[in-house]
Write a protein that binds this ligand. Sequence first.
Ligand code: NDP
Length: 282
Amino acid sequence: MPQIIDGKIISTQIKEEVREKVVKLKAEGIEVTLAVIQVGNDPASSVYVGNKKKACEYVGIRSLSYELPETTSEEELLALIGELNDKVDVNGILVQLPLPGHIDEDKVIAAISPQKDVDGFHPMNVGAFCIGQPGFLPCTPAGIIQLLKRSGIETVGKECVVIGRSNIVGKPMALLMLGENATVTVAHSRTKDLQEVTKRADILIAAVGRPKMITKEYVKDGAVVIDVGIHRDENNKLCGDVDYDDVVAVCSAITPVPGGVGPMTIAMLMNNCVESVRLASK
Ligand code: NDP
């Protein structure tokens, strides 16, 4: 049987650690505060925002909620971000993506103060992280590093293949694995002979956005498989980019969906909120 990497347990450990740090900060008179902005009422976004607020409550972070109508203009949103940037009692600002089509997401991300960009999407944070300077790490890839470390999975000198090159998962994931001294390959939709590439991986990270695409034909015997995908299958059950039942027979460790990478993203967001206090004092 492979090792099942339990994101629920590990994310709870991280949230407990965050909770302790929040208590210490409170004793110093600092109330960690996250502003959460949602534009429109996309049902998936509402679920994500609700989960983030619940996590804030759990760890003792104060959350300020801004639920704006779908018709909010870009100017109005930028004005709100400007106000929150200036508020000394707001440590983190999170704008739930995607935004309605009439709002330029890049412009919005760039408007958030880099010191409050707890998602780690601002170009300054992306740049800082590329050259190893302090800043916020993007939550999903940072959570995957924690899953590997806390499950005792060796990364040094290992062949790692990341499938996907998005700005929020694939690219930062590859850089973080490089930082962990893995030898990293990034595969994408134009990669030739994907199976040949993925079969080289000691650690295979699937962030491809296609339900159950990664079958055992893509996986080397004994590989560690990390599944970033979140989908609903034909029976409306949650599933990942990896065909779990097929791959579980050949891998040495695997993250399930649900209960693998998903819970880590929010735990790392909570950690970034606490980090924001430390970064602001630098
Ligand atoms: P994107 O759609 O932005 O990126 C998908 C990537 O996969 C692209 O780089 C694309 O290549 C590549 N790709 C698509 N099809 C193929 C293929 N047939 N062969 C090889 N590569 C392919 O997705 P995200 O990175 O945002 O998310 C990936 C998955 O992770 C999604 O299922 C998403 O729901 C999930 N997710 C989960 C999170 C969590 O908290 N667990 C957080 C964020 C995302 P190209 O660049 O060439 O188009």
